[in-house]
Design a binder for this molecule. Structure first.
Ligand SMILES: Cc1cc2nc3c(=O)[nH]c(=O)nc-3n(C[C@H](O)[C@H](O)[C@H](O)COP(=O)(O)OP(=O)(O)OC[C@H]3O[C@@H](n4cnc5c(N)ncnc54)[C@H](O)[C@@H]3O)c2cc1C
Length: 413
């Protein structure tokens, strides 16, 4: 068993933070490097759902056939920035391959395996860091706008979820009203997931993890990693402020991981799938749990700072200005869900690090086994954060991993 390694974790989002904590718990000396404060990237702005139900990859033949129609529909959650198309080509090819039925089923299996062990891993970090006070166990709702849509969802994706061990309860509109009286009458009923949890402050979890890490001797360097040289006995890392060496490196820089790895000859078809959120004055309509409107792919989540409406899948360069049309659509749908004219308190856009098959990349790089890959969590990075860190630390400790890492190897691309 390798013990007391000197490990550099690149990226202090929820994935890097969780990984740093698990490595620290195993006795390693860890440097966490990020030019921004911990949790200031995508991990700040998500919908806050620990999505126990997220066991079906988005790469599915039926979904692929719907893409052209969605791209033509201004109000659909999906859009692609024209100048981003060339960057997306390897992703696009990978997506088509991932949609083949056998690959889709492999993806369902892989996500199910991770999600079976994720909550236990979450609890360890949430309790140790005190972040458990930011988590609520009220389940979540997924609602449909029409009876036909509800029936199709029941017979299709919900049946698949049940087959992959997700607890699902079907609700009539009246039963939904009993659970969430503040919702408007926009739906024909839907699904209750009793085992999903949510956080009322995703950025707050990151801060608690960072504090806990530092209190236990972890070092946070607020610096940009500009160059990595893995060719010697130890890995040389150049940041905007210094040169460091490490026995192992964990790449957890979200969407930027692609660009940090490319100079090393490691090519991953990772893309920036942007999502938006608006924070609304919740008034009397405060919800007790996250509510998604499945037809529109948006979530309303009650947070400490008000109601957060989050959604959209805009494939675009991470640093592009926000698209106001997307914001207006989110607001319109939120108004439909809540009734009335909620005021916007704040708005945000961030990039999901997305892979063609909706599975994260977790484990050693093929080319440089001293470099661990921990990115590509797409829509479920909060949900899979702690288990990712635990798997990386188990691997580096020479222990049997809780889930077979070959399912998440970069060699699949
Ligand atoms: C609208 C929206 C809603 C979502 N809802 C949910 C949800 O409900 N549940 C869920 O599980 N997931 C959700 N997600 C997905 C989740 O937020 C992401 O998968 C997750 O935050 C990714 O975490 P990360 O640590 O990989 O990336 P990030 O949080 O982006 O962290 C990456 C870090 O790397 C740093 N970095 C970049 N370049 C460098 C460099 N050169 N040197 C050092 N550091 C660098 C960045 O500064 C950043 O801090 C949602 C995402 C969006 C956009």
């Amino acid at each position: 068993m390798s013990k007391n390694l000197n490990i550099a974790v690149i990226g202090a989002g929820i994935i890097g933070l969780s990984t740093a904590l698990w490595l620290q718990r195993s006795g390693h000396q860890v440097h966490l490097i990020d030019p921004n404060p911990p949790g200031a990237g995508t991990s700040f702005g998500n919908a806050g759902v620990f999505a126990d139900f997220a066991r079906l990859p988005l790469s599915k033949l039926k979904t692929m056939c719907q893409i052209p129609g969605m791209l033509l529909d201004e109000e659909s959650p999906l859009s692609i920035q024209g100048r981003y198309v060339p960057t997306m080509l390897p992703y696009g090819l990978g997506y088509v391959k991932a949609c083949l039925p056998e690959n889709y089923l492999r993806g369902c299996h892989a996500l199910t395996e991770l999600l079976k062990v994720a909550p236990e891993a979450d609890n360890v970090l949430l309790k140790a860091s005190g972040a458990i006070e930011l988590v609520r166990s009220n389940g979540s709702l997924a609602l449909l706008g029409t009876k036909e849509g509800f029936q199709k969802t029941k017979d299709g994706p919900m049946q698949e979820r049940i087959e992959h061990d997700v607890s699902v309860e079907f609700l009539t509109p009246d039963q939904v009203h009993e659970l969430e009286p503040g919702l408007a009458d926009f739906h024909a009923g839907g699904v209750y997931y009793p085992n999903s949890r949510h956080t009322v402050n995703p950025g707050g979890i990151c801060q608690k993890y960072a504090e806990h890490f530092q209190q236990n001797g972890g070092i946070v360097l607020q610096e940009d990693v500009v160059h990595i040289d893995p060719d010697g006995e130890s890995i040389k890392i150049e940041t905007s402020a210094r040169h460091l060496t490490a026995d192992r490196l964990v790449m957890a820089a979200g969407v930027a991981s692609r660009y940090l790895l490319e100079p090393l000859g490691i090519k991953i078809p990772l893309v920036s799938e942007r999502g938006y959120h608006l924070e609304l004055e919740s008034g009397d309509q405060g919800l007790s749990r996250p509510v998604s409107w499945l037809d529109k792919s948006i979530f309303l989540t009650p947070m400490l700072n008000g109601l957060r409406v989050a959604g959209t899948a805009e494939f675009a360069y991470a640093d592009s200005p926000p698209d106001n049309k997307r914001i207006q659509h989110l607001l319109k749908f939120a108004k439909n869900m809540l009734g009335g004219q909620p005021d916007i308190k704040s708005r945000w856009v961030g990039s999901r690090p997305s892979t063609p098959d909706s599975l994260p990349v977790i484990g050693p790089s093929e080319k440089y086994p001293n470099i661990m890959l921990a990115f590509g969590h797409g829509h479920v990075g909060l949900t899979l954060s702690s288990i990712t860190g635990r798997l990386i630390s188990q691997h580096l400790n020479g222990e049997k991993t809780s889930v077979d890492l070959s399912l998440f190897s970069s060699s699949r691309f």
